[in-house]
Design a protein around this ligand. Structure first.
Ligand SMILES: N[C@@H](CCC(=O)N[C@@H](CS)C(=O)NCC(=O)O)C(=O)O
Length: 203
């Protein structure tokens, strides 16, 4: 059984979406990130040394796995439970591009979002994420001729990038882009994402 440590209106919605896309049983435990008492759970702290959500405990046969960080969790779950079809197998040529797009969210999209929120001026060449405008251009270029980052096949990379596009839209920093609006619509049309967002809204 997989336990997701979750709080509404946070990045934990991504892993809820991912789990809803998968064929594995899971349960959700609320951790109120604004309440220090709520974080006072040894299993949660073992999974998330920074006290951040999302985190998971996977009581898998062979040994329990505790871990945090949405990209790390998505990489783990998609590989550990391949029957869900959310990651190319490790010996597939598409695996390299898949890993690139999995890391694009934490390595490029997230810092670029922070650049925009903070009104920072960065040097494209020396900042590891380039800059916000380049991040958008590269994402648009990839999705211009594809429904999903890996082509016709929806993957865990779309859960990470799609939820980031959702957040950019929600916080008013998504540029006017028919390509990214269309991508967001396709993500929102997935029953698994709708279910995860409904849970967020109910809490
Ligand atoms: N890199 C992490 C970031 C997780 C994160 O910052 N979570 C926030 C909520 S969106 C949190 O738990 N904040 C509470 C805190 O830091 O005390 C990920 O992608 O999972």
């Amino acid at each position: 059984m997989i336990t997701l440590y979750w709080c509404p209106q946070t990045r934990a919605a991504r892993i809820l979406w991912l789990l809803e896309e998968m064929d594995q049983p899971f349960e959700v435990r609320m951790v109120d990130i604004r309440d220090p008492e709520s974080k006072n759970n040894p299993d949660f702290i073992a999974a998330s040394p920074m006290g951040k959500v999302p985190a998971i405990l996977d009581s898998a046969p062979g040994g329990a796995v505790h871990m945090a960080d949405s990209a790390a969790i998505a990489l783990y779950l998609a590989d550990r439970y391949p029957s869900s079809g959310l990651a190319p197998a490790i010996d597939q040529p598409s695996r390299g591009q898949y890993l690139y797009w999995m890391i694009y969210s934490p390595g490029v999209i997230e810092p670029a979002m922070m650049e925009r929120f903070m009104g920072m001026e960065v040097s494209r060449a020396t900042s590891g994420w380039g800059n916000f405008d380049t991040m958008i251009e590269v994402l648009e270029d990839r999705l211009n001729t594809r429904d999903w980052l890996m082509g016709e096949q929806f993957s865990a990379a779309d859960v990470l990038a799609g939820s980031s596009v959702y957040f950019m839209n929600r916080f008013g920093i998504l540029p006017d882009s028919p390509i990214l609006s269309g991508y967001l619509e396709r993500c929102l049309a997935r029953p698994a994402y709708a279910k995860a967002l409904a849970r967020d809204a109910e809490a």
